[in-house]
Design a protein around this ligand. Sequence first.
Ligand SMILES: [Zn+2]
Ligand SMILES: [Zn+2]
Length: 375
Amino acid sequence: MWMMIAMDTWKVCPQLITVNKEGTHYIGYINTSQGRQFKVQIELGPHGQLKGARVKCEWALQALLEGYGHVLQQRLNQASNLTSFLEEFRSFIERRVEETSNTVPSSSKLCGDLMQELEHLGWHRLVSVDPSFQKIQLKCEDARGRTHIIKLQLHAQHPEKPPSCQVDLPKLFDFQWSVQGGLSQLFEQFQQCLTSYQDFWDQVGEIDKQTWVLEPEKPTFSARHRRIVLSTSVSLQLSVEPDHPRQLPDCRFLGSEQAIQPHQDSFNRNLHLWDESVSLLANLQILLEQQFPSPTTSRKEDFSMECGICYAYRLGTDIPDKTCDDVRCGQPFHTTCLYEWLRGLPSSRQSFNTVFGECPYCSKPITVKMPTTVG
Ligand SMILES: [Zn+2]
Ligand SMILES: [Zn+2]
């Protein structure tokens, strides 16, 4: 009887052979019509029965059949003989091979194609690639020697579908994708984009180098905002337009009303002097009739922008945005800190959402509105 089974299985799986004389243990290969080959071991149950039989698969086949174990076990138990099970098993594997190759290219093909694409790009541009060949980081040096990174997450259907890109640019990176162009074409578009922002980075770079920038602490390439020190009690918040960095940017003065006023006056008085042929920093200094405090002329500690109550600059996402109105004091506070401080003093008075009290530094009258975050 076992000879019969062996003869039949030979027709379905010519590379599957019995390895014991009882004919209950098979080792060999299942070949699919797609040209794939998987190693399997089959141990029949007691008395050479299919019931209780066990099938061991190689790793790649296990991965392919993941989640279908119970289905196969059921088919194995219900099959009339080993040959019919093997026929069913093989066509099931073929179906899985088909399905998976439609959704995800086989990793070796993807890897090979990717190697070619990277070769074409130049290996010196590659920063990293993850073991699954899905996440790639490339670098590009711009005309001024600044190094930029582009992080790519390849689509499961790469190169038919575009990868998703993570870049550090002041505006959205809107790229065109084509199968023929691939990563090289994408990289070229990234380079063009970098070229278009050179003047923006030059202009904000000069500000970063020659003034005290309070915000952001470590400007990224995408940061359009800068908060710079004008004096001990006033700072200027700028929002620079990446495509036209030498245009008059959005400007907002931060400090007490009295301290801001002279800056605001010269700003309005000199607006007509704005000249896009000189740098952004030079224009701002002309506009405000002053040289801004810079690392070459002053220390950052000279401009105490920390909150006078908690001595920190950042409180969560808040920065000190309330300043004592007395020009000789001008001490900044976090609204939350000042509100809590004044509310705790018996000398303070509250009317609706405003607290009236005394500046903790100079004892001059000071008012603060209830911060929105405090209940
Ligand atoms: Zn504070
Ligand atoms: Zn004060």
